[in-house]
Design a protein around this ligand. Sequence first.
Ligand SMILES: [Zn+2]
Length: 493
Amino acid sequence: MLSLSRGRPGFATLGGLFILIATVVFVSASATRLVPAQEALDLVIAGGRVMDPESGLDAVRSIGIRRGKIVAISSEPLTARTIVDVRGLVVSPGFIDLHSHGQTDENYRFKAMDGVTTALEMEVGTAEVAAWYAQREGKSLINFGATVGHIPARMAVVGDKGDFLPRDEGIRRRLTDAEQRRLLGIVRRGLDEGALGIGFGIAYVPAATRKEILDVFEVAAERGVACFVHLRSHGAVEPGSAIESAQEAIADAAATGASLHIVHVTSTGLSQTATLLRMIEGARKHGLDITTEAYPYTAAMTGLETAIFDEGWQEKMGIGYKELQWVATGERLTAESFARYRKLGGMVVIHSIPEEIARLAVAHPMVMIASDGIITDGKGHPRGAGTYARVLGRYVREQQALTLMNALRKMTLMPAERLAKATPAMSAKGRIKIGADADLAIFDAARVIDRATFENPAQFSEGFAHVLVNGVFVVRDGKLIENTKPGSAIRRK
Ligand SMILES: [Zn+2]
């Protein structure tokens, strides 16, 4: 009945074997559980161009879904209670965003309309892992998860008054030995509670010594989780360049054995991005587990009150006041408004990344796509809403900077593999295969495009016809389904 990806014997054999085993299980279980051997499918996604970066499958197939899992991939028609005709559309594994600060209903809506089925807060993370998950369980449109964060743990230890990022003690204060032990205690407890790794934003806590960071890497190595790191500094000015900062993190990974993921390589690397990529490739070649990511934009965003804007920021980033855009109003800054808003605190867009640097990273086969996005009451950076459609529309279709399959690999399989070693549940994501979770992004490759702009970031991407999370539609016929909560917690356990 199931003709599985003709011409790809490995995939067909494995899939066939699985079905054989599944049939045997159903038959033997049927006496006790009354599960019929040929249970009907819940849903068929019929006749789309199915693209799976793991197997290389790129062909017209129908996908059968039952209880949130992919249970059939067939070149013949399948029957089910619900059949959705997706002829002419690409069927991809749902996108996995490793760097999604926005973890609210508002943000999940923008993510779903951009093809994202799993949004993970890996860089900043949280100090209260159990509570963080409890707030979202059973209430989320898409899948979610987080690291335990060095930044929030440090803020808790020193009593920083900042909200999301440190603004006083967390930035300036060295930890005592007792405080350092408390910090490591928070990190260990977070991992016990299922955190997906350890997040770092060293640039936000310049008082954190190299020893403090190394000790936290050691905990990651002990527990077999990766470190997700915003490096200590950015740009080309020495000392304190992005290269020096990458050397710190790579050395900590080498010295402890921890895996390392360097976040947003473009906004950190700036003019040194190609060198950073060369360093990461070299370290990988010599046996270290190091990965990286980028977003497809020519601007960064962060808090104006943070240590990023300490003395010397213009030289480090190679920009001036007018390259800063105050998110609340959209205005470009001057020396006067910079000083005023820095005291107030709030998000600022930083137009600092040359287009050729953004394109270099987006097209580089080693670099994953991740948004670094957050939208709050409609305000923010367009990356929170448009990252994935922008890569597919602008860089794949319009500029042909990379192939569609390579783009999908950077959005699905690569982030899943980054996490799978510590979090086995991720082996069932980022793939279209028998037994995988039915997280799917179904889009029109000729039409998909971002609509979010710096002036108006709160705009849904276009071209996603259907998006499924655990077999449930969160986008159907191009429209968001609001009253559904199929998202599940991604935990390391
Ligand atoms: Zn960052």
